[in-house]
Ligand binder design. Structure first.
Ligand code: CA
Ligand code: CA
Ligand code: CA
Length: 448
């Protein structure tokens, strides 16, 4: 990984979360008269403090506490909570904040100033920067003495998505006049670049660079580093960022115009579960038809499949018994294992197959469906099944999964390749007892 320069854009989508799992070291800590270890500034407990040493002499200002975030993050905020115990020693006045990729080279401060007096939480907001390490440097204390202390020092940011297994493709790449391959945009080197083709003719913008991840991630930031070699061809002005779970259905998550210049740009957007991220260049800074990139980075958190919230859902079925019992389709998504959907039997039994459709009310990533059979009785407990998904509730395509459920009333889990869907269908092709009924206590789509 290169060490990124501070960026010149402010995120516009979503707040950066608190970074957890942080460790801390300091230039000085009192460990004799009290437990003033640096670790106490990152323990999440406002009652414990880091305090510089005073037993056996007081080291003069400045003092520093360094946070190790565990891995690279796109960091944009640091908060400082002064000691909350009524003491005044060490509460910081003058401060500087530094960022580093390696904990050794710190460069110039990314923020500096003077904290207001008092014990209230102080927030330092700065242009997003890629860093694994953050330093809070105290240059003076509120009471003028040589101590520094902190109840909590907290960094906010989004983790870098590890580049292992990434691939990149582009609509166009120059491979004759230079090595302008798409892969150069994700190789972590500032000196290699993707450049659209020019030998034999220039195709006009828009151009696009697609990055494919080995597994879905919850992506919320993209960084764009323009070419760093002094050239200007291809440096992007107008851009769009789109995400996709399957490489087919794309959702535009951000649109804008990058500031001129070679500094790294940050695009922030609401977290989107994605395996594919597309950066589209709609125009270039110099107005020509090229696009280029020295580096494109992605930031986010690992995606974990979870039960989708059943608010706003509508369940329908090809058949439901409403006379002999309450067998409405809605009973399969009400969260109650005691209520069931059951196909009709009063006045005749419709033959297999049967189907239960769930309209999710929103486009979601779906990668699993759990089927809980009725917990009492056996009619309708499904054996042969198919799972379908749809974006429009009309076109369902081929099953995303099919098979035969094990017998018994325990929950059955069906997993499949993540897809983008607004509708999920469970089709019963046979029942465990061989009759033509279908039933379900709960049908639960999972995803993100
Ligand atoms: Ca603490
Ligand atoms: Ca590169
Ligand atoms: Ca139920």
């Amino acid at each position: 990984m290169f060490e990124a320069a501070p960026t010149d854009e402010t995120p516009t989508g979503g707040d950066s979360p608190v970074i957890t799992g942080v460790t801390a070291t300091a230039d000085s800590a009192e460990t004799s008269a009290e437990n003033g270890a640096a670790a106490r500034a990152v323990d999440g407990n406002p009652a414990t403090i880091w305090h510089t040493a005073y037993s056996g002499g007081v080291a003069p200002m400045p003092h520093r506490i360094d946070l190790d975030l565990g891995r690279a993050h796109l960091v944009d905020r640091l908060t400082y909570l002064p000691r909350q115990d009524g003491g005044a020693n060490g509460t910081i006045a003058g401060y500087e904040v530094y960022a580093s990729g390696d904990g050794v080279t710190w460069g110039s401060p990314i923020a500096a100033g003077t904290f207001a007096a008092g014990s209230a939480l102080k927030t330092v907001q700065f242009a997003p920067v890629v860093a694994r390490y953050l330093r809070l440097r105290a240059t003076s204390a509120q009471n003028g003495l040589g101590y520094a202390s902190a109840a909590e020092v907290t960094a906010h940011g989004v983790p870098a998505i590890a580049r292992t297994g990434w691939t990149a493709t582009a609509d166009s790449a120059e491979t004759t006049g230079e090595n302008g391959a798409a892969a150069n945009a994700i190789d972590g080197s500032r000196s290699t670049l993707w450049h659209t083709a020019y030998t034999g003719g220039v195709s006009p913008t828009p151009h696009r660079l697609d990055i494919t991840l080995p597994s879905p991630q919850k992506v919320s930031r993209l960084t764009y580093l323009p070419r760093q070699d002094g050239g200007t061809n291809g440096t992007i002005a107008g851009y769009q960022v789109a995400t996709s779970i399957d490489g087919t259905t794309w959702t535009t998550v951000a649109t804008g115009t990058f500031a001129a210049g070679a500094a790294e740009k940050v695009v922030a957007f609401a977290p989107a579960v994605a395996r594919h991220v597309r950066l589209t260049a709609t125009s270039a800074q110099n107005g020509l038809g090229y696009a280029s990139a020295a580096d494109v980075g992605l930031y986010g958190t690992p995606y974990t499949s979870a039960p989708l919230p059943n608010t706003g859902w509508t369940a329908t079925a090809d058949s439901a018994e409403t006379s002999g019992e309450n067998g409405a389709a809605a009973n399969a998504v009400d969260g109650d294992p005691a209520s069931i959907w059951h196909t009709a039997y009063t006045g005749g039994v419709a033959p297999m197959p049967h189907r239960l459709d769930i309209a999710l009310g929103a486009t979601r990533v779906v990668d699993r469906l759990d089927y809980l059979p009725r917990q009492v009785g056996t009619n309708g407990t499904i054996a042969g099944y198919q799972v379908f998904t749809s974006l429009d509730g009309v076109n369902w395509g081929s099953p995303v999964a099919s098979g035969t459920f094990a017998t018994g009333s325990g929950v059955k889990t069906v997993t499949f390749t993540p897809v983008t869907a607004r509708h999920v269908r469970l089709t019963a092709t046979s029942a465990q007892n061989g009759l033509a009924y279908a039933s379900a206590a709960e049908v639960t789509p999972f995803g993100g």
